[in-house]
Design a protein around this ligand. Sequence first.
Ligand code: RIB
Length: 336
Amino acid sequence: MATIHDVAHRAGVSTSTVSHVINDTRFVSDETRTRVLQAINELSYQPNRVARSLRARRTHTLGVLLPNSANPFFADMLLGVEAVAYDHGYSVIFGNAIEDPQRELSYLEVLLATQVDGILLISTGIFNEALKTVSARDVPVVLVDRSTEQLGVDSVLTDNAYGGALATQHLLSLGHRRIGCITGPPELIPMAFRIDGYRRAMAEAGVEVDETLIVNGDFQHESGYNGCRKLLSHPEPPTAIFVFNDLMAVGALCALHEAGLRVPEDVSVIGYDNVPLASYTVPRLTTIGQPSQMMGRMATEMLVSRVKNPDLPPRHQLLDVTLIERASCGPLHNRD
Ligand code: RIB
């Protein structure tokens, strides 16, 4: 395998000149640069990546912290991250917090010890701790999905307040008034915005919110199943349910089926995220679509540019969400 000495000898330059050409760490004339690159090509020389990174303090690796890689929403986001990272010559290391803030912090330490060039943080929700840790190490970071623009840190978010209102307005337009909610973990920023959107839409329609029709879930299927059973046990059950993510909506559909209730004839259900599974439930799930893969792509572009230009002012992207109408929502029927 060719060494840096072979390249230097072939190009007629010193090994330090070869190193400066590879790491772009000093001016080298075009004529000399061309001779060095030609020698590298002819010899198929592969610079020692770790040695190169130690010299240039770049590992060309990005760290990604995900709340739960088993959730298709985040798996889809990771596809966008990896595609853009690869195009820019970066590798990706991701840590799966499984919605556990302590696990998130320990993974964060691993990523920082690995000297990643930057971090994409989709936090478990107690992002202040994780963000403080990253900021203290002066590592470029972009916050995705679970954050607010008020932190003065690059962020890529979606309009959760609009999404909550959109889902609720859709159910109201079908005549529903007793509209239940199965929320995600209430401490998460997006949940606060979605429930605000729900309350705003109900208020604008002159419909009073029955707080006993709002139950909390944890984004997993089972909490949607149990939350739906709780709503069905209510003395005056809802005729429609807004579920704050598709995985919980799948659990709710199962509970409704087991209770012998038809969807949407007896109860309408709307989810959130538009994961691929939503197209194949029975009935197919009406939901609010989030551009998860685009979020991953945009956040990675933002992070790569931050790594190259640390002094850029904070940037914030707020992406739209859309109503994806399928078959799980229908007009209010008088229950016979
Ligand atoms: O399904 C996971 C949920 O957590 C999504 O709605 C996403 O917005 C994230 O916050």
